[in-house]
Design a binder for this molecule. Sequence first.
Ligand code: SF4
Length: 379
Amino acid sequence: MRRNLHEDPSITDSLLNAVKTRNLRVIAEKVIQGVPVNEADTFTMLATHDILELGLIAHFLKTTLHGDAVYYSVNMNLNYTNVCELRCPLCAFSRSENDADAFTLSPDEIEAKIRNAVSSGIDEVHIVGGLNPKLKIDYFLEMLRRIKSITPDIFIVGFTAVEYDYFARINNLPLEEIFMRMKEAGVRALPGGGAEVFAPEIRDVIAPKKISGTRWLEVMRTAHNLGLQTNATLLYNHIERPADIVDHLQQIRALQEETGGFKTFVPLAYHDTNTNIRSRRSETTGFGDIRLYATSRIVLSNIPHLKALWMYLGEKMAQILLRFGVDDLGGTYHHEKIVHAAGASTPVSGSESHLRRLIKISGLTPVRAAANYETRSVQ
Ligand code: SF4
């Protein structure tokens, strides 16, 4: 799918001719030459009103990496417990153990959910949950064993860096051993949750008990060094400032230069319903979403994929972003709970045919894939 647009003068000239704003033209030249953009460029992109020119640069990069392909997955979310010790102010999903609507799924309940989703044709399962002190390593190994026994080919994306750090602490085991045991039991990749924004003064307000940004990066470094590829996320539209976004992107880029273990970057628009953090603005704006995604594509040119989760953004904005650097529309996500607990009004799962239609209408080519971007056939 990859096309070497950098070496096609008719395409690079046409990009440079189209980008007339001086600061953006400097960025376009860097992108064409494969030179990383700097912090000042990142501030420029996050504030520009020339979003169409910014989009041309981001789409050039996307097309260089992936041609016309847009990936999506047919998957389910498994949220095994909402009991969480941390009760982060940003979180609408978590509960304390004695709350009436607290839940922890038994292995039998997990097996039933997975069987049900597998019968509807999913390729992968994403597993995340709260930090529940009652759940020790054996619970997770049994969970993974049961899932693999239903269908050995299922692609398991399992547990955030925050959960792995917690598993190591409550089981009194080295982080490396936790990773090795989970990998042996079937985990093939990690989601990117828990990154939020790394800036300590923002993190102290939105998630004061969560591991630091530095620790999140350390856990990811360990996963990458053990051969597990991961996503990275950025939670935006709460109380972060542009400088915090710039810092976050630069830190992720730096770790990627070291390990190469991030496969996908996923900006997540914050929804504040039922949380204890009020956003500076209740919803993201179209300009804000477009600038953030296109900027992420350009800054993180060393991470192959950029995902726009239609469930967080709404399908219309997610579709527009396919022309602003995005190459992955996310999945069908049966049973998503977390963003809906925080007020997302999108449907809890989108059909495969609908996702394919959104991509085709954009003039691009839908490709069904697992989380490692191995293509899967459409059933
Ligand atoms: S965001 Fe994660 S760690 Fe924080 S309370 Fe919610 S489930 Fe727990």
